[in-house]
Every structure is written in structure tokens, then in C-alpha cells.
Write a protein that binds this ligand. Structure first.
Ligand SMILES: Cc1cc2nc3c(=O)[nH]c(=O)nc-3n(C[C@H](O)[C@H](O)[C@H](O)COP(=O)(O)OP(=O)(O)OC[C@H]3O[C@@H](n4cnc5c(N)ncnc54)[C@H](O)[C@@H]3O)c2cc1C
Length: 385
């Protein structure tokens, strides 16, 4: 189907496709096996300007938007969903600065992030606060012209490889989610520590670890917005970044589908290629249709965000929900088409199924997406009386 991308968007798609084919595909299995972070590929991303997509031109970015971020994530994830996060999770960590930063903070941090000189990460989740993000306990206490942070954040993507961390912490426990604030924290601040590194089922080329704040000294000038605005900045961040997860899921689904179709054309059983069997044809037809439906919803939602639509929580949640469920279904069916060979690590397909699972979990599980969608539906219905 035609999504009527502009010439610039098509050029970006072609550039990223080429990077994915030449630099990522040949090493994807090795990175997955060894669980190594791909610094040499990050260098290529930086040189190609991929880190600037969501950063305004006046702060050194290309000032594009969510459609471009989605194009980048989709194309990269066709080759490797883990490597995709070196760009996508940095965008996630950068959004709070773009959304809540003042001019000085933006001038200080965004140009380096746009260049890919440093990576960013986003720190919300804690051991006892996952879906229930309002239950975070990391404390930020104002002392003179600094905040002192104490607590731990877990499962942080780009943890340990990023230099800039946007951190959500409690400044006034009496005020609930209105007592939460957002900070820019550098990894060289005193009291910033890297904790447990995770050994994951999928997206193994991405770095995931615990971040510990042990009397971490953060300049008061690094508070994003005002005290108490942190929860709102975090939610606005997720509204903007969820289409990126949808794009990653879509890329995984498309990558798995392409491999399954190719395999089904070559594998002969009962005297004919698998594609000659109607049961396989119908599976392929359903997979392709589900992928296209997810893609249509993603790019519609991404365009709404870029157009500055007011209520983006629902379309953003919908595209993430749909694309990640499609990714799980399509990759499972793709393994089925490969049969027993698909279950073996010698073949590339099982990695897609392992990688797909995370897209139903992070940036809000799909149960949470359904809650976001339902809440909007009920609110809209109530407003109509
Ligand atoms: C690989 C990886 C990378 C991540 N990267 C980051 C990152 O960069 N930054 C960051 O801040 N976080 C990150 N996360 C955290 C991620 O966002 C959380 O894991 C996720 O939000 C779920 O939280 P939880 O793991 O605590 O699960 P829980 O909240 O404990 O949920 C467990 C199950 O219960 C369900 N559930 C919970 N509450 C409800 C409810 N009210 N109704 C119905 N069902 C419910 C959930 O859907 C889930 O199925 C990452 C996680 C992983 C695994």
C-alpha cells in the first residue's frame, strides 16, 4: 500500500534500509548470541543523522518528527529489533527535554544528542512501580542549588551506554503524581551508579540495566519544567514515543514475514513448494493483511502527533497495541511456516519471535494500552451526555 511519504521521507527510508541491509543484517545473529551493544553501528547512525529526527532544527536536529522516527524504527527492526533501540530508546530519553526543557537546557543537551555524540535513556520504572508508574519512590530533595536523588530505576534501555538520563523522581510525596518531577542527569554526576545488567530473552543487542542514585548530586538547573510537572512530562513522552514502539513491532513483523514467504517459496513438501498449499497461502494472506492494518494505524497516528493534534494518547496507544499484537502473531506464524527448522537457532526466524514479545510489554504493557484507550472512550462518551 502507498503511504504517500514525501520525497525526503522516501530518501530517509532508502538510507535506513541500506544501513539495515549492509551493516545490521550480517551481524544480527552474532549480536543476539553475544548480547553485545553495537557501538560501530551507532557511529553509522550518528553519521547518517538518525539521532536528529525528533530534535528541532534550532537545536541541531533535522526537526522532522514521529513519522520519520517511525520510518527509521520500522526499517531497522526489519533487520534487528535490538539494534533499533540504540536510536529509539535515545529518542525516548530525549523527548522529556524536547517537551519540558527550557531554552538553556535545550541548547546545552540537544545539539550533542542530535549529533549522536551522546545517547540518552529514560528512567521511570522501579522495582515496585512498573504499570503503576504513580508508585515511584525515587526521591529528589532540594538542597541549596542542587537536588539529591536517591533510589533505583530498573530495566533501563540504553542504561550504561547513555550519557544523558531523563529521570522521573518524587519531590513531594504528599502530592501523589503532582509531587513528581523530571530531571536531566548525567552519568558523570557524583552518586550515579550502574546496577544489575539484564540478560534478556530478546532484543539482546540492546543494553538494559538498573540505574542507582546514591546521594546523586544534580544541579537544580537540570529540573525539567517546574516541580510537580514530572508525571505530565513522562506521560507526554510516552504519548509521543509509543508510535516508535509500534514501528519497531511492525518492522519485526515485516522482517519475519519476508523470511517466511521466501522460505515457503523454496521449501518443498508433498511434491510442491509450501506456497502451493492453500493452508499456507491463507496464513500468508492473513499475516500480510494484519501487517498492513498495523502500518496504516501507525502512520495515521504518527501524522496526528506531527500535526499537533490535541488528544494523541488514544491513537498512540492504539497503534502500539495493534502493532505489537500483530508482531507476536505474525512472528509465531512465521516460525510455524519454517516448521521444525524455525525452532532452531541456526535459522534467523526464532529471534523475531523472541524480539516481538517485548513490544507487548514496554512503554506500557498492552493491558495498560487498553486501559488508556478505554478511559478515553468513556470520557468522550460522558462528555456527550
Ligand atoms: C527489556 C525492557 C526494557 C525496558 N526499558 C525501559 C526504559 O528504558 N525505561 C523505563 O522506565 N522502563 C523500561 N522498561 C520497563 C517497562 O516499561 C515495564 O516493565 C512495564 O511497564 C511493565 O511493568 P512491570 O514489569 O513492573 O510489570 P507489572 O506492572 O508488574 O505488570 C505485570 C502484569 O500485570 C498486568 N497489570 C498490571 N496492572 C494491571 C491493571 N491495572 N490491570 C490489568 N493488568 C495489569 C501487566 O499488564 C502485566 O501483564 C523496560 C522493560 C523491559 C522488560
Amino acid at each position: 500500500m502507498d503511504y504517500f511519504f514525501t520525497e525526503d521521507q522516501m530518501a530517509l527510508q532508502e538510507l535506513v534500509r541500506q544501513i539495515a541491509d549492509e551493516k545490521i543484517r550480517p551481524v544480527a545473529a552474532k549480536l543476539d548470541r553475544e548480547g553485545t551493544f553495537p557501538w560501530d553501528i551507532v557511529k553509522v547512525f550518528a553519521e547518517s543523522g538518525l539521532y536528529g529526527a525528533i530534535i528541532p532544527e534550532e537545536y541541531g536536529g533535522t526537526g522532522k518528527g514521529i513519522v520519520e522516527l517511525a520510518i527509521i524504527s520500522e526499517e531497522l527492526a526489519k533487520a534487528c529489533a535490538g539494534v533499533t533501540l540504540a536510536v529509539a530508546a535515545s529518542a525516548l530519553g530525549t523527548f522529556p527535554i524536547v517537551i519540558g526543557g527550557n531554552d538553556e537546557q535545550k541548547r546545552r543537551y540537544l545539539p550533542d544528542l542530535a549529533e549522536g555524540k551522546f545517547l540518552a535513556a529514560f528512567c521511570l520504572t522501579e522495582p515496585d512501580a512498573g504499570s503503576d508508574a504513580g508508585a515511584i519512590r525515587t526521591r529528589a530533595t532540594r538542597v541549596g542549588d542542587e537536588y539529591i536523588l536517591n533510589g533505583n530505576k530498573i530495566f533501563i534501555t540504553n542504561g550504561g551506554v547513555a550519557h544523558i538520563y531523563t529521570v522521573i523522581a518524587v519531590t513531594d510525596p504528599a502530592k501523589g503524581s503532582r509531587g513528581v518531577s523530571a530531571f536531566i542527569v548525567q552519568d558523570d554526576y557524583p552518586g550515579f551508579k550502574i546496577g544489575k545488567e539484564e540478560d534478556k530473552m530478546g532484543i539482546r543487542a540492546s543494553a538494559t540495566c538498573e540505574i542507582v542514585f546514591d546521594d546523586c548530586h544534580v544541579p537544580a538547573a537540570n529540573l525539567l519544567g517546574r516541580e510537580g510537572e514530572g508525571f505530565s512530562i513522562a506521560m507526554k513522552t510516552l504519548d509521543k514515543s509509543r508510535p516508535g514502539v509500534a514501528a519497531q513491532a511492525l518492522g519485526i513483523a515485516q522482517g519475519a514475514f519476508d523470511l517466511a514467504l521466501d522460505y515457503a517459496r523454496k521449501r518443498v513438501q508433498f511434491g510442491q513448494p509450501l506456497v502451493g498449499h492453500q493452508a499456507i497461502q491463507f496464513m500468508l494472506a492473513d499475516m500480510a493483511t494484519q501487517i498492513e492494518a498495523a502500518r496504516a494505524l501507525l502512520y495515521a497516528a504518527a501524522r496526528m502527533v506531527d500535526a499537533g493534534a490535541k488528544n494523541i494518547a488514544q491513537p498512540s496507544a492504539m497503534c502500539k497495541l495493534m502493532a505489537s499484537d500483530v508482531a507476536m502473531k505474525v512472528t509465531t506464524d512465521a516460525v510455524q511456516i519454517f516448521g521444525g527448522y524455525g525452532y532452531m537457532r541456526d535459522y534467523p526466524i526464532e529471534k523475531y519471535m523472541r524480539d516481538a514479545k517485548i513490544t507487548q510489554i514496554y512503554e506500557g504493557t498492552n493491558q495498560i494500552q487498553r486501559m488508556v484507550i478505554a478511559r478515553t472512550l468513556i470520557r468522550e462518551a460522558a462528555s456527550k451526555g
